[in-house]
Design a protein around this ligand. Structure first.
Ligand code: SAM
Length: 247
């Protein structure tokens, strides 16, 4: 029997999920940045800014931004590297990465920057290459999250840091209910009106609910070998920033 996994609330063959996720991001790519602002009321900018502050990028670092998409994190980190070291923006989806590359280039970020089409579960980089690996709002779309964390661990240098920013579980019961109502009743409608794509935004809401909560993901970090793994709830746990060190 074929192995199953979830795609939002649906059970699909494991081999099928990657294609379905690709369909979502091919479909949302052109409206992705506008929708992020509309859906989060601009909050995603603060979450990402906080992640980049925590990343503590120093000149000369080797940095990998996974599931880089339209390169929000990569742009900020690229500015901090200021043409030193090397920044790789990587994503499994060419439509998203093309937009990211254009945005980076428009900001003058061309020196010591490269782009890599890759599945986070199977990274085409040698062991111990990077000082820092970041991944914002990407992990929940990955079929085998343990495999992706193991790959991140592999490509980090000893002393290197992994940061994963992802939707998580609101800590307050009332916030959880309001957020649930918003996610399942308002969000898909916004997707329908603005991006003409209700299904992709319903998948977004469902995929957030299916993603491991803070403590489960922290345990997955430890299982992958990370030390001092911790997380910080943002906006009451709607989002959490996870980090771990390779020692
Ligand atoms: C919600 S977007 C996040 C983009 C960007 N990091 C941001 O925060 O705005 C999720 C991204 O994850 C990418 N993605 C999905 N599955 C992936 C995988 N297995 N490996 C690498 N990237 C993946 C998608 O193509 C998409 O660009």
């Amino acid at each position: 029997m074929t192995e199953k996994t979830h795609f939002g609330y649906n059970q699909v063959d494991k081999s099928e999920k990657e294609k379905l996720v690709a369909g979502v991001f091919d479909s949302v790519a052109t409206n992705y940045d506008v929708m992020n602002d509309v859906m989060s009321g601009g909050l995603h900018r603060f979450w990402k800014h906080y992640a980049v502050l925590s990343a503590d990028v120093r000149k000369g670092m080797q940095v990998l931004d996974l599931a880089s998409g339209t390169c929000d994190l990569a742009i900020q980190m690229g500015k901090q590297l200021a043409g030193t070291g090397h920044l790789v923006a990587s994503d499994i989806n060419q439509s998203m990465l093309d937009i990211g590359r254009d945005r980076m280039t428009d900001q003058g970020l061309v020196k010591n920057v490269s782009y890599q089409l890759a599945n986070a579960e199977d990274l085409p980089f040698e062991d111990r290459r990077f000082d820092l690996v970041t991944m914002a709002f990407g992990l929940r779309n990955v079929t085998n999250k343990d495999k992706a964390l193991a790959e991140i661990y592999r490509v980090l240098k000893p002393g290197g840091k992994c940061l994963v920013l992802e939707f998580s579980k609101p800590v307050d019961g009332l916030l959880d209910k309001v957020y649930d109502f918003y996610s399942f009743n308002i969000l898909p409608k916004m997707g329908k009106i603005i991006a003409k794509d209700e299904d992709s935004y319903r998948y977004l809401a469902e995929s957030i609910r299916m993603h491991p909560d803070q403590d489960t993901l922290q345990a997955m970090f430890s299982d992958a070998g990370f030390k001092l793994s911790s997380y910080k709830n943002l906006s009451g746990g709607i989002v959490a920033l996870h980090q771990g060190l390779k020692v």
